[in-house]
Design a protein around this ligand. Structure first.
Ligand SMILES: Cc1cc2nc3c(=O)[nH]c(=O)nc-3n(C[C@H](O)[C@H](O)[C@H](O)COP(=O)(O)OP(=O)(O)OC[C@H]3O[C@@H](n4cnc5c(N)ncnc54)[C@H](O)[C@@H]3O)c2cc1C
Length: 390
């Protein structure tokens, strides 16, 4: 009987990279850690906003995932086709069959812009597709007058403040370009308030901030179709010159192809809210691929900060089990806490602090924007890249 263990991590995004690093730091080297991702590089979502505002480029922001090998973590650049939970085995596109003792699913979401009727042929931009952002920036810079429409197609979507941040950064570009007075800027959301996950108070603060910069927020506008105009579910129609969408999100197709991972009627993987365990022994799921309901209306947001916090809890449980550390005082449990920096342009950012498991119900606070929070946001990205890959 072999005593060495194999921890297999599916997805080298926020959650996968945080897990791989924590595990490698604490597990003796006879235990193998493998990370699989179909992408050969990692880049944080937040960089999309910095490419938009012109402070970063795609080329200087992607980091090769094979750098994991320098840290003693095996990296496989391959597409995962399915998980066979009855045989503890993962199947890949290049026909590899990988056995695991522990499995961490950190697969994020699949973006499905094609679900918006007419969007593909509309010349619209997908804000969440980094490849499209350089062209979007050019388009905004060349626009002399007209209407820019930002549409949130559906919920849930990653990083709830990101569309609002994008609108404020576009406002900045237009002001610098001298075109702001002749360009309208509108945001359409299917939700009744700007940030349902942060509650009505912060949502109103965000709308006030948008209004201060002449950005119009249109709640309860679910995009139905793009057909020269934007057609909304409530019957309203709007014209546009530049269309930017936050596309619908869905569970990666391989999850649906893996019997047992998704229960009937579920759209995301359900896990224990404290331990991130699935119903299968030694199988965990973290980050955007999961849905952790806090109450009837609120779930843990799809954001890297939570994927990272969940990675810590899962890694510690695996380390404790493999090294027979029975020190229960550590008792790793996800506490539902997180934060984010909401960029508002002009190198300033607000700070949102969240405590989703508070006994009195979810608590969120927004600190006034400051240059310091902006710099903390920049550090947030840099420090993770340094720790995880360099
Ligand atoms: C514009 C924007 C701004 C954002 N800003 C912030 C922010 O400021 N703070 C914050 O906390 N979060 C932010 N986010 C959200 C954050 O990026 C995500 O929530 C986070 O990446 C989720 O981590 P994850 O590990 O669950 O999934 P991901 O980081 O998405 O990683 C999933 C990985 O799985 C891989 N994968 C999927 N399917 C397969 C398959 N079949 N085979 C092989 N590989 C596969 C993918 O290639 C991917 O690398 C932002 C997102 C965007 C788009």
């Amino acid at each position: 009987m072999t005593l060495t263990k194999h921890v297999l991590i599916l997805g080298a995004g926020f959650g996968g990279l945080a897990s791989a690093n924590l595990l490698r730091k604490s597990l003796p080297h006879e235990h193998q850690i493998t990370v699989i991702d179909k992408s050969p590089y990692f880049m944080m979502g937040v960089i999309n906003l910095w490419i938009l505002s012109g402070t970063r480029t795609l080329d200087d922001s992607r980091v090769a995932l094979n750098k994991l090998e320098n840290k003693g973590v095996r990296f496989l650049n391959d597409e995962i086709i399915s998980v066979d939970l009855s045989r503890n085995m993962v199947n890949t596109r290049s026909d590899q069959k990988l056995k695991y003792d522990y499995l961490i699913l950190a697969l994020g979401v699949e973006l499905v812009p094609e679900q918006i009727k007419g969007f593909k042929d509309s010349g619209g931009f997908d804000l969440y597709d980094a490849e499209q952002i350089p062209k979007l920036r050019e388009k905004i810079l060349s626009l002399k007058s007209g209407r820019i429409a930002i549409c949130i197609a559906d919920i849930p979507y990653k990083c709830p403040p990101a569309p609002y941040e994008a609108s404020l950064l576009i406002n900045d570009i237009l002001v610098t370009n001298g075109t702001r007075d002749s360009v309208d800027l509108d945001i359409y959301s299917p939700t009744p308030i700007a940030l349902p996950v942060a509650g009505p108070k912060i949502s109103q603060d965000v709308v006030n901030l948008l209004n201060k910069h002449n950005i119009n927020f249109h709640p309860l506008h679910k995009l139905k179709r793009v057909n020269r105009e934007l057609e909304f579910g409530n019957g309203n129609r709007m014209d546009y010159d530049v269309l930017i969408c936050i596309p619908p999100h869905k569970i990666p197709v391989m999850v649906a192809n893996s019997p047992g991972l998704l229960k009937e009627g579920e759209n995301w993987i359900n896990v224990d809210k404290f331990t991130l365990r699935t119903n299968y022994e030694n199988v965990f799921a973290i980050g955007d691929v999961t849905e952790i309901k806090v109450n009837r209306y609120v779930a843990i947001p799809k954001a890297g900060i939570f994927a990272e916090a969940e990675a810590k809890v899962v890694s510690q449980q695996i380390i404790d089990e493999i090294t027979n550390n029975n020190n229960k005082s550590q008792n790793p449990r996800f506490d539902g806490k997180g934060y984010c920096f909401m960029e508002i342009g002009n190198k300033n950012a607000g700070y949102i602090d969240a405590d989703f498991y508070n006994e009195t119900g979810p608590i969120t606070k927004l600190e006034s924007p400051s240059e310091e929070s902006y710099h903390r946001k920049v550090d947030f990205e840099r420090s993770r890249i340094n720790e995880w890959l360099l």
